[in-house]
Design a binder for this molecule. Sequence first.
Ligand SMILES: Nc1nc2c(c(=O)[nH]1)N[C@H]1C(S)=C(S)[C@@H](COP(=O)(O)OP(=O)(O)OC[C@H]3O[C@@H](n4cnc5c(N)ncnc54)[C@H](O)[C@@H]3O)O[C@H]1N2
Ligand code: MOO
Length: 331
Amino acid sequence: MRTNISLEEALEVLLKESTTTEAIDVPILDALGGVLVEDIVSDMNMPPFKKSSFDGYAVRSDDIHNATEDFPVTLKVIDFIPAGHVSSKEIGEGEAIRIMTGAKLPKGADVIIKFEETQFTKETVTIYKGYPSNTNIVRVGEDMEVGNIVLKQGDVIDAQDIGVFATLGKAYAKVFRKPKVAILSTGDELIDIHQPLIEGKIRNSNSYVIAALVKNNGGEPIMLGKCIDDIEIIKEKIQEALAKVDIVITTGGVSVGDCDLVKDAFQEIGADMLFWRVKMPSSKYIVVAKYQKKLLIGLSGKPAAAYAAFEKIVKPVILKMMGRIEQEDTL
Ligand SMILES: Nc1nc2c(c(=O)[nH]1)N[C@H]1C(S)=C(S)[C@@H](COP(=O)(O)OP(=O)(O)OC[C@H]3O[C@@H](n4cnc5c(N)ncnc54)[C@H](O)[C@@H]3O)O[C@H]1N2
Ligand code: MOO
């Protein structure tokens, strides 16, 4: 087993040993932060119809083009269209329809005049300025058109992309599966966060920090809790986890003390030992092994060291498994 290697070497080994997860369809909200596996092509225009961008009046530009403050034009109001409704009427010469933002433009109209720029009664509207055709109207396909590639393979899905899926009526997105990461904290001194403090003990904070980091980086944490410094129990817990996850992370028990058993546990279950100790000032005790296709990563128990090692060593692995980075990006 290699020992005392540089961070660059450690990353090279880790990224070589980690592979992208399989592509799966997930509900769009679960795809947030995931990498899109295929291009998304729009099968619709958005908006699908010409619509008003203001609350106001739909009119004909021909009727109002001579309107001024001194010589305003008064039109007859023949209908009212809230958003989501359509008018069966067609605007003729001298007519207008009261319309709300987002409503479909009625036949005959080619301009929307905002309320604030008019004087109106129930039956009439008076307009003081002319506007060219298409003013204040959202054109069909202004946001996207049939056949547009609206999201590209390799995009990291953000909140706005989720909106695109929703607009297209797609409830699922195809992304690389979130890596499942089991987290086990070792140490006789550990008690659960729900337990009162006892002399000589501390609460297991590492499991929560590591789980939060896994989550933050797009992985799925699986908390295995804590276990005592007993090699048989550590082995058993790791073996159980290996059946269900892509990566097992342990904290504690990786330095040189009498109770530092994690390295031996990895070895005794038959894992390939990749390296132990990395030349990093913030966290030198790290042990990494591979069991079949799964990575076993033993981080230091010292909370600050475990955090630093996660950021430097584990995060790139999770990102690579999710298809978010290539090896070269991190070196
Ligand atoms: N003789 C030597 N002793 C130590 C050396 C050394 O070179 N020679 N290195 C020190 C350094 S540096 C580090 S880092 C630690 C690494 O120790 P371990 O990774 O084996 O971790 P533990 O001994 O199990 O714990 C270290 C520290 O962190 C606390 N801890 C452990 N687990 C948790 C948890 N889940 N939540 C919160 N806190 C935790 C633990 O109580 C210890 O205080 O070794 C030094 N020793
Ligand atoms: O050098 Mo220790 O490994 O992290 O603090």
